[in-house]
Design a protein around this ligand. Sequence first.
Ligand code: SF4
Length: 375
Amino acid sequence: MTVTIVDGIAPSIWDAAHDVDARRPRSRQTQLGASDTVCGRRAAYILHGTTPTDHPDKRAAILGTFIHHGLLESARTEYRWLVERSVQDHLIRGHVDVVQLDAATAARLPARHRPAIPADVLTVEDVKTKSTYLWDRVLRYGATAAELRQVQLYAGALSEVGFEDIPGQRYLARLGPLNIARIRFRFINRDSGAEHVQEIDFDPQRAAEAQWWVERVRETGSPEEMPRDFNGPGLDAICDYCPFRSLCWPGTAPGVPEQTALIRNDADREQALIDYVNGHELFSKGKRIKEFARKKLDRSPEGIYGPNKLSWGGGNDEEKDDVEAMVDLHEIAGIPVPMTPDANRMVKNLKDAGLPIPRRKTGKKTPAVINIAPA
Ligand code: SF4
């Protein structure tokens, strides 16, 4: 056990939290759980038993786990919903966050196991905690494709097999395949506590597509056969925090983007240039549309208009440092007024006097600037 001392005073509680997290089944598994299906390459590393190469900062994820656990436990004790129950089929094994039984299915269980609040139709729920940074995206777009895939896998296993037949939940396994009708996502804002619910009908076809995705991963001879689903470190946060980052994006010199390894020949280079030009055109077009709309909206009152809510910020008195008052305060307090030469002022003075501006090399290089023109 390693213990870090915070501010030279007391042991960091994060060391304890990391040790607890390392003992969680999810942290030690080599079998694919539905939550590992966020990226095909990452799922393949896990399935092939690859040892993680990177140990990113997990504090935000651990906080999410604590909140998640507390909320699910409350749903279990207060609503008697089925929480963190095991499911297993030929493809995945894991724990489904919540199953809210409908009254008809619940009637097949002993009375003490029936939900205090049954669903109108049998519902599989996934609880996700999100930061404020991602909240707008959650409200606008709902669950991501990877999140949908995860819950479809669990719902698919429940509808084909039912709950896993293990001690502690044999009474649930005896229900057999379940008549799943709905999938629910419950998003919780980690910073404000705001709650947002998204519901969709369960579609066996969507579950079959998610299962086909896992089958593709299982058929690979090595993880590298599976394409990367993200653009890599520095571009997608999931890669920055991926335990297989160094394996997935190996071998570049310090300061060189990992993505440069994807250019192996001139054909790759040609395609990347085409992508760059296409991306630039989309960006320019989007910028024009956005700027035009912004000008048009300049005098619009706040309110809800169709799918969007308009509000205005800013409009406060602008402030800047009062240099004269600061000099006075320095003199009153007996603090020496800094006399560092003002480079901007000197450049202006020299320019006004028609004199050359002296320059010297700093020993550093300016950043590379890409220029692309029609060939
Ligand atoms: S680094 Fe990114 S692309 Fe590679 S396995 Fe991890 S999440 Fe997937």
